[in-house]
Design a protein around this ligand. Structure first.
Ligand SMILES: CC(C)(COP(=O)(O)OP(=O)(O)OC[C@H]1O[C@@H](n2cnc3c(N)ncnc32)[C@H](O)[C@@H]1OP(=O)(O)O)[C@@H](O)C(=O)NCCC(=O)NCCS
Length: 185
C-alpha cells in the first residue's frame, strides 16, 4: 500500500513514541470516541500497539506512515451477529499533516483493503455533526451520507447528532454473493 505521500502498514512497538506525540492533541480527541485516551501517553501507545499485535490476522488497525514516522491511525471495527457484514471505520491524523489529502486517500485504501480481506458488504462511519473536515473526507472517498441520527451521542457534555456515511461493496468489482459466509456456513 504505497503512495508518494504515505504508507499504511501494521503497527510496530517502535511506533509508540511517534503515536503518542501525534495523538496527544485535544483537537483530535474532540472529534473521536471517548475511549481514545487523552492525554495520550507513550504507555497508551504501547498498550494500543500490543493489543493490535495480539489480534488475529488480517489486521484491522493500520498505522499511517509519513516520512518513516507513524503519525496517524486508521481502522475498522468488525460488527458481529446479524451485522457481521458491516464494519465501522475510524481514523485520525497528526495535526501537522492535516489538509494534504492524506486521509481521503487513506480511506480509499482502507476500504479496498477491508473489502479484499473481510467478508464485508458495508463500511460505515459515524461522524459528529460539527466535524465538516471528516464529512468532506468521506464524500471525497466515495461514501454517501445515508442518515443523520439525531441527538444520539454526547461529547464534551454536549448532545450531538451523528452523520452516518456508508460505502457498499458493490462499488468495488467484487461479487460478494459468490463468497461463502464463514460465520454462517
Ligand atoms: C478529519 C481528519 C482525519 C482529516 O484528515 P486530512 O488528511 O486533513 O483530510 P484531507 O486533507 O484528505 O481532507 C480534508 C478536507 O476537509 C477540509 N477541511 C478541513 N478543515 C475544515 C473545516 N474546519 N471546515 C470545513 N472543511 C474543512 C479540507 O479543506 C479538505 O477538503 P478539500 O480537499 O475539499 O479542500 C483530520 O482533520 C483529523 O485527524 N481530525 C481529528 C480526528 C477526526 O476527526 N477523526 C475522524 C472522526 S469521524
Amino acid at each position: 500500500m504505497n503512495t508518494p505521500d504515505f504508507i499504511l502498514r501494521k503497527w510496530k512497538l517502535s511506533d509508540a513514541a511517534s503515536l503518542a506525540e501525534n495523538a496527544n492533541n485535544i483537537r483530535i480527541w474532540n472529534n473521536v470516541r471517548d475511549y481514545f485516551p487523552h492525554p495520550y501517553s507513550q504507555k497508551d501507545g504501547k498498550d494500543f500497539i500490543t493489543m493490535c499485535n495480539e489480534a488475529p490476522e488480517p489486521a484491522v488497525n493500520l498505522a499511517i506512515i509519513v516520512d518513516g514516522k507513524a503519525v496517524g491511525g486508521i481502522g475498522i471495527v468488525l460488527q458481529t451477529d446479524v451485522e457481521r457484514i458491516s464494519a465501522e471505520l475510524g481514523y485520525w491524523l497528526g495535526e501537522k499533516y492535516w489538509n494534504r489529502g492524506i486521509i481521503t486517500k487513506a480511506v480509499g485504501q482502507m476500504a479496498e483493503y477491508a473489502f479484499n480481506n473481510f467478508q464485508l458488504h458495508k463500511i460505515y462511519a459515524p461522524v459528529f455533526d460539527f466535524n465538516i473536515a471528516s464529512q468532506k473526507v468521506l464524500q471525497k472517498a466515495g461514501f454517501e451520507r445515508e442518515a443523520i441520527l439525531k441527538q444520539v451521542a454526547i461529547k464534551n457534555g454536549k448532545i450531538i447528532d451523528l452523520h452516518y456515511y456508508s460505502l457498499f461493496r458493490n462499488c468495488f468489482s467484487y461479487n460478494f454473493q459468490n463468497k461463502k459466509d464463514i460465520n454462517h456456513p
